[in-house]
Design a protein around this ligand. Structure first.
Ligand code: P5A
Length: 421
């Protein structure tokens, strides 16, 4: 992609109402544009990151046998009356009336709809366990939307739903999703901290939140120091809680074993048994023709929040420092002198060759050196190939790594060699 064609309205102005780094940087890098409080449009740079995150999530969900679907965003209120949550959900729910006076709502979550699909199509115990998931927009009329996409009213969630024949099978699925989540977040370059959690309006008896460490995180995490070295199996049972769930009087670990850090909740999983299957009459028949109400769980990842979480974890005072697996492009080529013939020839040649294997943003814009270098650091693509007339006249091209900010001086051939795979 040539930057001259690319829609990335970057800005030097620091938005005064944006209180945390990720919000400021997403606005300045031209990733999002606010439509209304807690509601955003997503621009091309952000879409590229969203796509990478979604691909990782889907691969790990497919690995555990979950099926991707797309539920409708608008649901009939009747479904929520069946589960008994219509009134409980309160003012967070965006309620809609159609022209015939029918009551609808914009999905804040989809347990009812998943249960409805299940009861329509799954009739036999032989089809269990079943797992469905989607990546779709939600609306929650939060009292205090803030920090950009970190706490939005409209936000993108990965939400999964599982149906099992019995408690043991349900627990096995819960464990499988737990491990898949750890792997998912690690693949994005993050260090996930799973904490034992409350179930809130989703309900149930087992629940874990997944946090990523960030100084600006809204949650305070209290966890056993050995958590960071625990195996995936040990993680489930290693002491970790958030905020008011920590009570020094009942803590199972001593103070010198305790680590306290701030975190951002990027995922939340629940096991809630028959909370929806029973009231909604979702059942299958077992081998004796008896009704079995499936044991259910639901599993969320805050997809749009994750982008802000990743930026909180990876930025400096100049901009974003994307981990490679979720970066909007792999490499950016900066032609610093667009009026110099050698710079143009070499950068065009590199763009042509490296694009064969990598996603490249080629900054061919007729702007000052400072503006180009500034934008590159702001946008945070992991590798910058910098072509300037002075160095080039000595046969040198600079390669900058945006995570370490270290610059290597290289020949043209060495640069090609580096990115040819
Ligand atoms: C689990 C999947 C649920 O809704 N039902 C379906 C369950 N869980 S949750 O904890 O309420 O939300 C899941 C994740 O969504 C993110 N999230 C948000 N992101 C941005 N803005 C919001 N207002 C918001 N609310 C929730 C969080 O990452 C949460 O873990």
């Amino acid at each position: 992609m040539r930057f001259s064609d690319f829609f990335a309205p970057t800005s030097k102005d620091v938005p005064s109402d944006a209180k945390i780094a990720s919000h400021r940087l997403m606005l300045r890098a031209g990733m999002i544009s606010q439509t209304a409080s807690g509601i955003y449009c997503w621009l091309p740079l952000a879409i590229r990151v969203l796509d990478k995150i979604i691909k990782i999530i889907c691969e790990e969900q497919d690995n555990i046998g979950a099926n991707r679907v797309l539920f409708s965003t608008v649901q009939p209120a009747d479904l929520w009356m069946e589960s008994g949550r219509y009134d409980d959900y309160g003012k967070e729910m965006l309620r809609i009336q159609d022209r015939k006076g029918g009551q609808f709502l914009y999905s804040p979550t989809n347990e009812e709809q998943a249960t409805d699909i299940f009861r329509k199509y799954v009739k036999s115990y032989r089809c269990l366990p079943t797992m469905l998931y989607q990546i779709h927009w939600k609306f929650r009329d939060e009292i205090r939307p803030r920090f950009g996409v970190m706490r939005g009213r409209e936000f993108l969630m990965k939400d999964g739903y599982s149906f099992a024949s019995n408690c043991e099978e349900a627990r096995q699925i819960y464990k499988k999703v737990f491990k898949a989540y750890i792997k998912t977040f690690r693949r994005m370059g993050l260090t996930p901290i799973p904490v034992q959690a409350d179930t809130g309006p989703i309900g149930g008896n087992i629940s874990h939140e997944f946090h990523v460490l960030a100084e600006t995180g809204e949650s305070t995490l209290y966890y056993d120091k050995k958590l960071l070295k625990a195996t995936d199996d040990e993680l489930l049972n290693t002491f970790a809680v958030a905020d008011e769930k920590y009570d020094p009087n009942t803590s199972p670990i001593s103070e010198d074993q305790l680590q306290i850090s701030n975190g951002i909740e990027v995922g939340h999983i629940f096991y809630f048994g028959k909370k929806y299957s029973e009231p909604m009459s979702a059942f299958v028949l077992n081998e004796h023709g008896e009704k079995i109400y499936p044991e259910m769980g639901s599993y969320g990842i805050g997809v749009s929040r994750l982008i802000a979480g990743i930026i909180e974890a990876f930025h400096d005072n100049r901009g974003i420092m994307w981990p490679e697996p979720v970066a909007p492009f792999d490499v950016t080529i900066l032609n610093l002198h667009t009026k110099n013939e050698d710079c143009c020839n070499i950068s065009e040649k590199l763009y042509e060759i490296i694009s064969r294997k990598k996603d490249v943003l080629f900054d061919d814009r007729d702007l000052s050196v400072g503006e180009k270098l500034g934008d590159a650091d702001l946008i945070g693509i992991p590798w910058q190939i910098i072509i300037g007339q002075k160095k080039l006249s000595q046969g040198i091209i600079e390669l900058k790594n945006r995570q370490s900010n270290k610059i290597e001086e290289m020949t043209l051939d060495a640069v090609i060699e580096r990115f040819k795979k």
